[in-house]
Design a protein around this ligand. Structure first.
Ligand SMILES: Nc1nc2c(c(=O)[nH]1)N[C@H]1C(S)=C(S)[C@@H](COP(=O)(O)OP(=O)(O)OC[C@H]3O[C@@H](n4cnc5c(N)ncnc54)[C@H](O)[C@@H]3O)O[C@H]1N2
Ligand code: MOO
Length: 392
């Protein structure tokens, strides 16, 4: 079970409990009304109603002539989209020249497109069917219709739809803001790492993973080893979640636990019985931000991000979690005490382990589309799969 002080006897939280504690530590963020452009990627906090009908009035669907009664017709006026409406009721035998989208005059039977019209001076003739090429008010969307439900993602297309329906702002659940702190004097961010240096492999995957889980990376800072910089960064932060990469273990440069203690943080998860990723942790700062400690080994960091960070972000963003189970199509050795996270590819035969799953490398996870959750002592057939963030 959870141990609140790392300097006492540490018994790691089980993987299942850790994930539940992460979910339980967060609550959906309060919805906010934001301008359309800022709502992109958020989730609707309320159903989206049509504030206006589409079309808003009866309009022409073609460029041509709106006609009343039987032809031939006398052309008595002209209506352009955005121009003045034809003020009177169209009488049988009358026509007005009309543009696509322009309001059809009352009494119009149909629209005769230019291509089908025989024009002779102010007279026009042709074959029409009643109602043809007229779009009636509310024919596409009735006023008041609910077009998207609460929880729908605000996609670029949803923004266009909302604008068409008269909305200037949308009530959305904000995307939780994540501050990323990358620690480690040996970590470099470009080029070939010199001997003793290592390229940052966690910072590059976090923005995509965070946004897939419903959040957004609001800032990324690189910190030298040492407690001061970490303490200052954690104390200053106003993000919903801070993801600290590295410094989670027990080495001379691993200050995260001590700094959290100095800051008066409430530790919620201190180590998880999982491989890889056991030094991961979760704490709450006195100001309310959650801190997720991701171990420095990149595959361990990925496992921890999926165990603690993703459930927190989904909860904050109000996104329901989908669960998936599968048979394992390949040999996997369970650990006697720890849950194992095993990179797999889904197939018709079940989830196939892809190998290359050492904690220090993302190779296996990059070949995989999910991680199989293999409980301690597991000897069954079905396992839970946690999806890996897809590309795009
Ligand atoms: N005495 C103990 N030592 C260690 C334990 C333990 O329980 N007792 N646990 C091991 C495990 S498991 C892991 S995982 C690591 C976690 O270490 P930290 O979170 O403290 O991270 P560092 O020590 O800074 O780095 C570990 C490893 O990862 C490399 N690293 C760090 N940051 C990055 C990055 N952004 N991108 C790529 N690689 C990174 C770093 O160079 C080290 O090789 O602790 C074990 N030790
Ligand atoms: O979390 Mo460490 O393996 O578990 O690299």
């Amino acid at each position: 079970m959870t141990v609140l002080r790392h300097d006492l006897v540490v018994e790691s939280t089980t993987w299942v409990t850790a994930r539940a504690l992460a979910k339980g530590a967060a609550a959906p963020l309060e919805p906010a009304s934001v301008p359309l452009a800022d709502a992109l990627g958020g989730r609707l906090a309320a159903p989206l109603p049509a504030l206006v009908a589409v079309p808003g009035v009866d309009v022409s669907a073609m460029d041509g002539y709106a006609v009343a009664g039987a032809g031939p017709w006398r052309v008595v006026g002209r209506v352009l989209a955005g121009g003045a409406c034809y003020g009177e009721e169209l009488r049988p035998g009358e026509a007005v020249e009309i543009a696509t989208g322009a309001p059809a005059p009352p009494g119009a039977l149909a629209v005769l497109p230019y291509e089908q019209a025989a024009v002779d001076g102010a007279r026009v003739d042709g074959a029409v069917e009643p109602g043809r090429h007229l779009r009636r008010r509310g024919e596409d969307i009735a006023e008041g219709a609910v077009v998207l439900g609460a929880g729908a993602v605000v996609t670029p297309v949803a923004l266009g739809l909302a604008a068409a329906l008269g909305h200037d702002e949308l009530l959305v659940r904000p995307r939780p803001r994540v501050a990323v702190l990358i620690t480690g004097d040996e970590v470099v961010h470009e080029g070939l790492p010199a001997p003793g240096r290592v390229r940052d492999a966690i910072g590059p995957f976090l923005p995509g993973l965070v946004s897939w889980a419903g959040g957004r990376v609001a800032s990324t800072d690189r910190l030298p080893d040492g407690p001061q910089a970490l303490r200052a960064a954690l104390a200053a932060d106003g993000a919903d979640v801070v993801a600290v990469c590295g410094a989670s273990s027990k080495g001379p440069a691993d200050h995260l636990r001590a700094v959290l203690g100095d800051l008066g943080a409430d530790v919620i998860v201190d180590g998880v019985a999982v491989r890889p990723g056991h030094p991961q942790l979760l704490a709450r700062l006195p100001g309310g931000s959650l801190v997720v400690g991701l171990p420095g080994n990149p595959f361990a960091a990925l496992g921890a991000a999926l165990t603690l960070l993703a459930p927190i972000l989904r909860e904050l963003a109000g996104i329901p979690v989908r669960t998936e189970a599968s048979a394992l199509a390949g040999a996997v050795r369970a650990h006697p005490r720890d849950t194992r996270l095993v990179p797999v590819r889904r197939s018709g035969r079940g989830a196939v382990p892809v190998g290359h799953d050492r904690p220090g490398s993302l190779w296996g996870a990059a070949l995989a589309d999910a991680l199989a959750v293999v409980p301690p002592g597991w000897a069954g057939e079905q396992v839970e799969l946690i999806e890996l963030p897809p590309g795009g």
